[in-house]
Design a protein around this ligand. Structure first.
Ligand SMILES: *[C@@H]1O[C@H](CO)[C@@H](O)[C@H](O)[C@H]1NC(C)=O
Ligand SMILES: *[C@@H]1O[C@H](CO)[C@@H](O)[C@H](O)[C@H]1NC(C)=O
Ligand SMILES: [Zn+2]
Length: 306
């Protein structure tokens, strides 16, 4: 009997579906490629090689593709942090409350940041670290990867253009599929990249890669991504970095302002909900792509270079 209970306790309650669908992850990776500094670009191209056409865009979905491989079961809980808040009325992320066992997307980003620049590892291990970073920095921007409610929305049935889906899947891929209507991730990413370089996102992008220290109660101290990463690399204790914690809070805030704001019976691929969702998804994918580039630039070129 004891053995049975133990076995039940460790078996997952439900298999979580993919994060940003493949398209979302590809787009994050392609956006990042446009902003890599020379050494970061060289590392990425060499490490990913012809298996991934030397591209973070192609490699982005890898960490979801391995979910069907039992050897990688340990990694399935690293795609999210289960914020135990109560959207839409209250949104928050708290490490002690939400990542108590030390295994969540925030500790994973710390681990693979340390490993990707660890030359004592094999090339395969460094490539794995790069692919996990590519993917997890993407997932961190998906509001339902920073949410515990109803298994990150997996248990909530909703409609998209008359078809049944669930809220999580809608935000991973449903909204993106309606928006792109057949256009591919690379074209979408090129469009988002242009917006960062000279369009609607140009005035916002600097703020995407600086943070207010979330561990400072007054949140007045600005913190550069460079200082966050360099301080971390001095100790390499697997504790979350400060900027990703703030980015998690940023993504989680959309659970209150956009994700959980529907009324029963609404079709979520129509009207104001859909318009807000598209705006949020495009912004979050652009942000995470830009942040991924900044991250790798600090690691390999010493500065964000942006
Ligand atoms: C591989 O990358 C090259 C250069 O960026 C690009 O022109 C080509 O379309 C890519 N091929 C595939 C299959 O993604
Ligand atoms: C760090 O990553 C390695 C390789 O994927 C994994 O074996 C290890 O358990 C991770 N460590 C932590 C603390 O997550
Ligand atoms: Zn994922």
């Amino acid at each position: 009997m004891k053995a049975c209970i133990a076995a039940l306790a460790i078996s997952p309650l439900a298999t979580r579906v993919a994060a940003w669908g493949a398209t979302g992850h590809e787009a994050v990776g392609y956006v990042a490629m446009a902003f890599l500094a020379p050494n970061a670009l060289d590392f990425v191209q060499t490490s990913l090689g012809s298996d991934y056409n030397k591209s973070l865009g192609v490699a982005g979905p890898w960490a979801d593709q391995i979910k069907s491989n039992d050897a990688y079961d340990w990694a399935s809980e690293l795609h999210y942090v289960d914020a135990q808040d109560d959207p839409p009325s209250s949104c928050s992320v708290d490490m002690d409350r939400d990542c108590a066992n030390g295994k969540c997307i925030l500790t994973a980003i710390a681990n693979y940041t340390s490993r990707v620049v660890d030359d004592s590892l094999t090339e395969d291990e460094q490539q794995e670290a790069l692919k996990f970073l590519d993917h997890f920095i993407g997932d961190l921007g998906q509001p339902l990867h920073v949410e515990n409610k109803e298994l990150g929305g997996n248990y909530i049935d909703v409609e998209c253009n008359g078809k049944s889906t669930n809220l999580h899947s809608l935000w991973d891929s449903g909204i993106i599929n309606v928006l792109l209507d057949g256009k591919d991730a690379e074209d979408w990413a090129a469009d988002l990249t242009k917006r960062i370089q000279s369009g609607a996102y140009a005035s916002l992008a600097d703020d995407w890669i600086t943070c207010a220290d979330p561990t400072d109660p007054l949140r007045r101290r600005g913190l550069s991504l460079r200082d966050d990463i360099w301080t971390f690399l001095e100790s390499r204790a697997i504790t979350p970095l400060k900027c990703p914690l703030e980015w998690a809070e940023d993504a989680n805030s959309y659970d209150c302002s956009a994700v959980f704001t529907y009324e029963d019976g609404d079709d979520l691929c129509e009207g104001a909900y859909y318009d807000d969702a598209v705006e949020t998804v495009e912004l979050q994918v652009a942000k995470q792509g830009y942040r991924l580039a900044a991250w790798l630039n600090v690691l390999f070129d010493g500065e964000t270079n942006l």
